[in-house]
Design a protein around this ligand. Sequence first.
Ligand code: ADP
Length: 257
Amino acid sequence: MICLIVGDKAENGRRSDSRAAGSSKGPEQSSALIHFDDVSRTYVHGRVRALRGVSLRIEHEDYVAVTGPSGSGKSTLLYLASGMDRPDAGTVFFEGVSREKPAEWTRLRATRIGFVFQSFQLIGSLTAAENVELPMLGVIAGERKRRERAAELLERVGLGHRKLHRIGELSGGEAQRVAIARAMANSPSVILADEPTGNLDSRTASQVLDLLEDLHKREKVTLMMVTHDAENAGRAKRIIHIHDGEIVGEESRKEPA
Ligand code: ADP
């Protein structure tokens, strides 16, 4: 069942604010996993306004697609959610921690957030297992533990038999599955995926989405995915429409009983 909520920015902001204000807690203690509070991001000395006053809550165990035309601000939103980028105005919170606390965010980014890129961003000179082990350095003590965890994760994504292969020896779909295993390295609470199927044919794309959804269902990982593909977006429980740096509507889909 699809429920369509379309509103102007002010309405969207009010809804987000009232959900936040519904709690007696301030934003620092917000229960949302990710909370954008009136966030703006500009580039080129303020000439390009990539995001304009976005307020948004991503709850624990959400499955959210962010969709909109090219250049509308989708990736900017995701990079801000990950802490890889910072807003010019407003605040981004992750698990109640403001982006303005760099030391805490560095820890959160390493341990609570997994990121999947359209172009995989794997290191070609390393094996699949070595790529998955990389984010564990400094987080999981002991080489043997890291190796075992990487092997488990590669089994989990159906690539146990490819763990010693270099990335160049893998297909696009396999490379993206390695990237998903890498995103899961430190058991994150959320996977942020930027057009994760953009470089894949439709059958492989569907398999990659099946895998992400399986992690969401079985391991309770929150999914936030940027996609310009309406069919892919339609698989999410919430679809956030963004246009010209503003949230212009949201759809929510109830799981069939
Ligand atoms: P989308 O992901 O929806 O295609 P983006 O978030 O990548 O959109 O970009 C939003 C706007 O910000 C676009 O106009 C884009 O050209 C601009 N932009 C993004 N990153 C940069 C950057 N590093 N420098 C300058 N402009 C940028």
